[in-house]
Design a binder for this molecule. Structure first.
Ligand code: LMR
Length: 400
């Protein structure tokens, strides 16, 4: 039956971790996957998460199935975090929300729902470049993928004119995927004024804005500031779709906690939409896992743990910003040819270094330094122990 199946390619991001694990060198460095590491290069479990787990343990909660759309306390608190407690559609009961298997699962509910129920053009515009998984999540349900310009190679900045033009020229009613903050992989976000312009264009063209928000708090260390684009679009009346992940900002990677939501016109419409969202989810995975959602709800629902969590997100964001400064200084000190200011100005988990695929290959082969082929590095993989080695290796690769 299966003999003719060819070998599939390694995943462009998770495959980097596989290659790193196979490398036996002591000084190896993994800057591939976007997962936070502490000063010692170790995975970091947030104190607020540990405390929430203690509380949950004491409660000896059961493991009964959750409803198809997940835990109600979790989805309410998660929506308040994303949209803001004072959000009008939230207060008016006009946000249809479901728990999801983290951000990817939210995106898959979104594309599944759109492919079944959206009457406009089944085409999604993704930024060029974007997170690799956006493409199959859309294509596997028959949604056509198009691109809008985003990254300007010359300035290593945002090609805002190109972005606007492409979104303007997209067929009216297209689905436009926007990274809410800390764009992956470039680390380059529109400014608040640019978001305002984008809102106008998306509205004028009657497009659907689909926000992927995987880094609330991680971009600036401020969860309100990082939610600016989402909240602004909602204030302007957009009926956005939102995919929210708690993998990074709570360090809950493998717990797969997230939400999918849509802003709609009325509470009645919300109920109808949720009834159909259930039909998307049930054949996919029936109902979501419980533990991660309970952790998030415990933290967001306790003023004390919430404050502690905010301080921890800020701490993670600040360590990343420090590493940006250090890497920039070292590259300059090492007289690395080129302009490296973007390492400091980029935002969030990643830096889009500008290294070529050949240089990336060289770094893996000769220096045991791993990153994605596009030259993206996870800044959180750097620390006091390996940053000098990394900067020297990178500088050498650039000098050729
Ligand atoms: C990444 O881009 O490294 C993260 O979002 C992890 C993933 O699932 O790809």
């Amino acid at each position: 039956f299966w003999g003719g199946i060819p070998q599939g390619p390694p995943d462009p991001i998770l495959g980097v971790t596989d290659a790193f694990k196979k490398d036996t060198a002591k000084n190896k460095v993994n800057l591939g996957v976007g997962a936070y590491r502490d000063e010692e290069g170790k995975p970091y479990i947030l104190e607020s998460v540990l405390k929430a787990e203690d509380i949950l343990h004491q409660k000896k909660l059961d493991k009964e199935y959750l409803p198809i759309t997940g835990a109600g306390d979790f989805t309410t608190l998660a929506s308040e975090l994303a949209y803001g407690k004072n959000s009008k559609p939230l207060q008016e009961g006009r946000i249809a929300v479901s728990q999801s298997i983290s951000g990817t699962g939210a995106l898959r509910i979104a594309t599944g729902f759109l492919s079944m129920f959206y009457s406009g053009p089944k085409v999604i515009y993704l930024p060029d470049p974007t997170w690799g998984n956006h493409v199959p999540v859309a294509e596997q349900v028959g949604i056509k993928v198009q691109r809008y310009r985003y990254f300007d190679k010359k300035t290593i900045g945002l090609d805002f004119a190109g972005m606007k033009e492409d979104i303007e020229n997209a067929e009216s009613g297209s689905i436009i995927l926007l990274h809410a903050c800390a764009q992956n992989p470039t680390g380059i976000d529109p400014t608040q004024d640019q978001w305002k312009e984008l809102s106008e264009i998306v509205k004028a063209r009657k497009h659907v804005a689909l926000f992927d928000m995987a880094y609330q708090g991680f971009a600036s260390g401020d969860i309100i500031r990082d939610a600016f684009a989402v909240r602004y679009f909602v204030e302007q009346g957009h009926q956005i779709i939102l995919c929210q992940s708690f993998a990074k900002n709570l360090g809950l990677y493998a717990e797969r906690a997230g939400t999918f939501s849509i802003v709609v016109s009325s509470p009645d419409e919300k109920e109808r939409i949720l009834s159909q969202v259930k039909r998307v989810i049930r054949p996919l995975y029936s109902s979501p896992p419980i533990h991660g959602a309970q952790i998030v709800a415990t933290i967001l629902g306790s003023p004390e743990l919430y404050e502690q969590w905010l301080a921890e997100v800020k701490k993670m964001a600040t360590r990343i910003i420090d590493m940006r400064e250090r890497l920039y200084d070292l590259l300059v000190e090492l007289k690395t040819p080129g302009e490296w200011g973007h390492i400091k100005s980029q935002i969030g988990m990643f830096s889009f270094t500008g290294l070529t695929p050949e240089q990336v290959g060289d770094l893996a082969e000769h220096a045991h330094v791993y990153m994605t082929k596009d030259g993206r590095i996870s800044m959180a993989g750097l620390n006091e122990h390996n940053i000098q080695y990394f900067a020297e290796s990178m500088s050498k690769a650039v000098k050729g």
